[in-house]
Every structure is written in structure tokens, then in C-alpha cells.
Design a protein around this ligand. Structure first.
Ligand code: SIN
Length: 305
């Protein structure tokens, strides 16, 4: 019997498999397809202070081995999340959930964090300073180490819940941003968000996405995400949630060997809504195949020796 349990900031999860923000709504739609309690947890759709319609359409472009999105933080706003979405989630999910928070200013991050801090089911606050789809928004915070630290410090001051900062890969040196948020008090890091990309329609000869560019995710980015998790693991002493291109139990193990304590699955949910369920089912078999008794023991294993 293998042990799939992992711990993040004192919270134990039955396994490291979590759905990534923006690919799993507020959970209850997926609960119609499978028992979402079999996942370790999931991160709900990035929530801002006010409701947002998001960016103009088209805002999705398909790519080989991935996709580009420019959703623009569409969400109903934090009050509606607390009053309408979380009560529905509570009926189908009994575990601590990760609350993903978006913002356009430090005050906004703080205000949303303060409100979600009072929600019992929220286990971790995941602060998205890396959305590539909103001008003057989160990306600015995620690409500047001083601003990243400032957001972290201010959010930490208003919550007792663990604060994880979601980092952007669209920087020259992700390690310096990781170090800055750790120094500012972050309890953990989620990484990576999407890579800035674009497609051009040959018939119209114009960008496919209305906003021209968007965030590229999917299988193709796994090697980039692994490389960055590996580098950041060597530089910080806080847990990392590894994100980027994961679609199989083997990818989960690879990401944990690089240094992740848990993982999030994003784009793969949009291709196969059962993928998280299938990964949870396959994980023990793949662990046995590679002679792994406990997932906790392999975190950062690729760094030894
Ligand atoms: C979006 O809503 O634009 C995606 C969120 C993100 O990439 O952080």
C-alpha cells in the first residue's frame, strides 16, 4: 500500500493532485462528473473585488500540445463568490479549498484576502500576481520583485491562512521573485502561470485572440515548468505547488522530483474533464512501478547526489 499523502503549510492532503485555477470553476460543475473529493484539493477561479466580464472574444486559441487563453479574470466578484459559489461548493466538497485571488492594486488584493480569510473552507490563499491578460494588473506585480514582495507583505498582514504566491514565468529570473516573496513572508509558491504567446489566423492575417496575446498552457510547457520549479526549489525553503503541462501521473512524480510538494493540473481539464480523477486513480500504480512507497519522500529527489 503506497502513501500518496502530502502536507502544505500544516494542512494534510490525501494526495498532491489539485486542479488549477481557471480550469475548474468553483468545483460544483465537475462534481456532476465525478466525486471531486478524491482530489487533494483544487484552486477556484481567480476572484477579484468586483465582478468582471473579462476580455473581448475570441479569447481562446488552440495550439498543438496546448492552448492560449486571454480570459481576463472573468469572475462574479468576491461577495458573490462568498454568498453564492462557496455554499454550492460546500455541498459537494468537504476538504480545504485553495482560494485564488486576482487584483489590480495592493488594496484590492488585501480587501479580497481579508474577506476570504473569514471563510472556513478556504485552506490556502493563492495570490495571483501573474495573470498575463490584464493590462496594468497582476503581471506588473509578478515581474517586479519589490512589488511582488509588497503584495505578499500586505496580504500576510490581514490573514492567518497560509499565503501562496502564484508566479509568472514571463520574467528573466524567476528565482529572484521567489526569493523576494519568501523574504516578505510567503508561506509557499505556486508556479508557473502561463507563458505569454500568440497565434495569427492565416485567412484574416490578424491575431486569433482579440487582445492579440494571451497565456500559453498545456503539455508543451511541462519542461519549462519543471526547469523553473527545479531552480526555485534550490533557492527557497517554502513549499512549491508545481503547475504547467501536467496531464499524467508520471508528470506528477516528475514535478515532485523537481521539488514540488503538490501539483495543479490546468489545461488538461479542458481536454478531458476526468483527467484529475484518472491521475488520482493511476498514481498508486505508477508509484509502484517506480518503487516509490511515499510521495513525501520524493519531493526534490532529483537534487540529491
Ligand atoms: C485569466 O483569467 O485571464 C487567466 C488567469 C491567469 O492566467 O492568471
Amino acid at each position: 500500500m503506497v502513501d500518496t499523502k502530502v502536507t502544505l503549510s500544516g494542512i494534510e492532503f490525501s494526495n498532491p493532485v489539485m486542479a488549477a485555477s481557471g480550469t475548474f470553476g468553483y468545483g460544483y460543475e465537475y462534481a456532476e462528473l465525478f466525486d471531486i473529493n478524491k482530489m487533494g484539493s483544487f484552486s477556484f477561479k481567480g476572484t477579484t473585488l468586483e465582478a468582471r466580464f473579462g476580455n473581448p472574444t475570441p479569447r481562446i486559441a488552440e495550439c498543438p500540445e496546448g492552448m492560449i487563453n486571454s480570459v481576463g479574470l472573468q469572475n462574479p466578484g468576491v461577495e458573490a463568490v462568498i454568498n453564492e459559489e462557496l455554499p454550492k461548493l460546500k455541498k459537494c466538497f468537504s476538504k480545504p479549498v485553495i482560494a485564488n485571488i486576482g487584483g489590480f492594486s495592493i488594496d484590492e488584493y488585501v480587501a479580497v484576502a481579508e474577506k476570504l480569510d473569514k471563510e472556513e473552507q478556504v485552506g490556502i490563499l493563492e495570490i495571483n500576481i501573474s495573470c498575463p491578460n490584464v493590462h496594468g494588473g497582476g503581471l506588473a506585480f509578478g515581474t517586479d520583485k519589490n512589488m511582488a514582495a509588497e503584495v505578499t507583505k500586505n496580504v500576510k498582514a490581514v490573514t492567518t491562512k497560509p499565503v501562496y504566491i502564484k508566479l509568472s514565468p514571463n520574467v528573466t529570473d524567476i528565482v529572484e521573485i521567489a526569493r523576494a516573496v519568501e523574504d516578505a513572508g510567503a508561506d509557499g509558491i505556486s508556479m508557473i502561470n502561463t507563458l505569454l504567446g500568440m497565434r495569427i489566423n492565416l485567412k484574416t492575417k490578424k491575431p486569433v485572440i482579440a487582445n492579440k496575446m494571451g497565456g500559453f498552457s498545456g503539455n508543451a510547457i511541462l519542461p519549462v515548468a519543471l526547469r523553473m520549479v527545479y531552480q526555485v526549489y534550490e533557492a527557497v525553503n517554502i513549499p512549491i505547488i508545481g503547475i504547467g503541462g501536467i496531464s499524467r501521473a508520471e508528470d506528477v512524480i516528475e514535478m515532485m522530483l523537481a521539488g514540488a510538494s503538490a501539483v495543479q493540473i490546468g489545461a488538461a481539464n479542458l481536454i478531458n474533464p476526468f483527467v484529475c480523477s484518472e491521475i488520482v486513480d493511476n498514481l498508486p500504480k505508477v508509484m509502484q512501478k517506480y518503487d516509490i512507497q511515499s510521495l513525501k519522500d520524493i519531493i526534490g529527489g532529483a537534487h540529491n547526489g
